[in-house]
Design a protein around this ligand. Structure first.
Ligand code: ATP
Ligand code: MN
Length: 475
């Protein structure tokens, strides 16, 4: 069996024969070949005596070429590595080109690499990001499975049209140029599913149905939003994690959210430290080029530990509102968006102030004004707030949004009317309250948002292999 470079690097060097396969990162002095196979951030150094090899073969050892090296594993004399391979045999799988290969051994801009997303995974930066992403997704499953959650797959194609979570992509097999009409409107009865369908914007409503039978469930799947917003935080296709728990109130929901994010971030601090240290270094240089007010004050690993090691502060919306209003009044902090009327939506500048300056720890805000939140959130006894919660992180503000769901049929119906949501379409959702309803809660976390936070990368297009954004579905 072929060993990965990660595995070879862990062997005790005893002059044993090993074979390393990978892509050439660097070839120096006709003697030292560094190869990497993506399994680890470290390259393996292969030392060759060029006099033993054919000139034609040596000419083919260029950055980007794929090769297999066979030789003895020995203790390295150089300082950069513990072991190295004394080359006895080299096989070239695929040649590269010293000038034309896009990924030259130097630092490329993120923009350039985005245009070369098919090859960017060969860079140290992207392989680090994607290893962290993979470990985070493992940690997500590991956490929920250890907490006795069941993994459910909610539909990607849906006819729910009333969630209001975001703009949707239509799914149709009708002829775009001349669709069948019924009284001048497109006749969706003749479409593939005999009704209008879309790509899902959230699996929450279906997850609720499953929680009210399986107990504790989570989804982790692709989500699509046709929002025409070209920001560094929005993708048209992203992955969402949505746990939903029967018999959980808002407080247990917050407890779970805190435990969950701490668990997955701790998991990568333990398992991806080399990648994180590299990213921290790489990004420190980028930070220096940013305007001062946009710079992150904490270094990457410090920021992760800030979340893992602090108990999250929990405050109500009204309390947060008072704090923000007072510090605007005392001129302690000047906000671009004024905090004057109870009921306003907090902006990320407000959220970051609470986390980074006021409490100096992650903050959970709960009991939001009912008008600003979704119809399914549970109405509190004051009848003006709902049992919603947002988890706020340094550098970005909101990372998780969740709530206790409205389990009382009559109140849910009133809320649906208020929000103009059709009870006909969501008949099945109201039926969950008609038969065996229970208090239940859940939250949503955009997976790429946590990968952004965990890697310190600033553009969401750089934490998913092939980003889909308005005007771009390349590769
Ligand atoms: P935002 O205000 O950032 O647009 P939202 O309020 O629309 O978010 P929700 O509907 O609560 O978000 O979706 C749940 C989670 O999905 C968000 O907390 C966020 O992490 C993530 N998310 C939402 N929209 C996107 C997107 N377009 N790309 C990537 N992640 C997203
Ligand atoms: Mn949005």
């Amino acid at each position: 069996m072929t060993l990965l470079i990660k595995e070879i690097l862990k062997l005790k060097p005893k002059n044993q024969l090993v074979t390393a396969k990978g892509w050439v990162k660097n070839f120096r002095a006709n003697k030292f070949i560094s190869i990497n196979d993506g399994s680890t951030i470290q390259n393996i150094q292969c030392v060759m005596d060029f006099e033993n090899f054919d000139d034609l073969l040596i000419k083919k050892i260029n950055t980007g070429a794929s090769i297999s090296v066979n030789g003895k594993l020995v203790k390295s004399l150089g300082s950069g590595q513990d072991v190295e391979i004394l080359v006895e045999d080299i096989k070239i799988y695929g040649e590269s080109h010293p000038e034309k290969y896009p990924i030259q051994p130097k630092k490329h801009s993120f923009e350039f690499l985005r245009e070369n997303a098919h090859l960017r995974i060969r860079t140290t930066t992207f392989s680090s990001i994607m290893r962290v992403r993979s470990k985070l997704s493992y940690a997500v499953h590991k956490f929920f499975q250890e907490e006795n959650f069941q993994y459910v797959n909610t539909p990607i194609i849906t006819s729910n049209d009333a969630e209001g979570a975001g703009e949707m992509f239509r799914v149709t097999t009708l002829d775009a140029k001349s669709p069948p009409l019924e009284k001048n409107n497109v006749d969706f009865k003749r479409d593939f599913f005999s009704k209008k369908t879309h790509l899902t914007v959230s699996g929450q409503l279906e997850a609720e149905s499953y929680a009210l039978g399986l107990g504790k469930v989570y989804t982790f799947g692709p989500t699509f939003r046709a929002e025409n917003s070209n920001t560094t935080r929005h993708l048209s296709e992203f992955w969402m994690i949505e746990p939903e728990m029967a018999f959980f109130d808002l407080e247990s929901n917050i407890d779970l959210a805190e435990k969950f994010v701490k668990y997955i971030l701790n998991f990568i601090i333990k398992n991806c430290l080399n990648d994180l240290m590299f990213l921290e270094e790489r990004l420190c240089n980028e930070e220096k080029n940013k305007p001062k007010n946009e710079r992150n004050e904490m270094k990457l690993i410090e920021k992760l530990k800030f979340v893992v090691n602090n108990k999250f502060e929990r405050i109500s919306y009204s309390k947060a509102f008072e704090i923000l209003k007072n510090c605007s009044k005392n001129k302690k902090k000047k906000f671009e968006f004024l905090v004057n009327d109870w009921g306003i939506d907090f902006q990320s500048e407000h959220e970051r102030y609470l986390v980074e300056k006021y409490f100096k720890k992650p903050v959970v805000i709960f009991n939001y004004p009912s008008k600003s939140k979704a119809f399914y959130m549970r109405l509190n006894d004051d009848e003006t707030t709902v049992a919603a919660m947002d988890v706020l992180f340094p550098g970005i503000g909101e990372i998780i949004g969740g709530s206790q769901r409205e389990e009382r049929l009559n109140i849910l119906k009133n809320r649906m009317n208020e929000f103009d949501i059709s009870q006909n379409d969501l008949w099945w959702y109201t039926e969950l309250r008609r038969f065996g309803t229970v208090p239940h809660s859940g939250f949503g976390l955009g997976f790429e948002r946590i990968v952004l936070f965990a890697t310190g990368i600033s553009n969401i297009r750089d934490v998913i292999p092939f980003p889909r954004t308005p005007n771009n579905a390349l590769f």
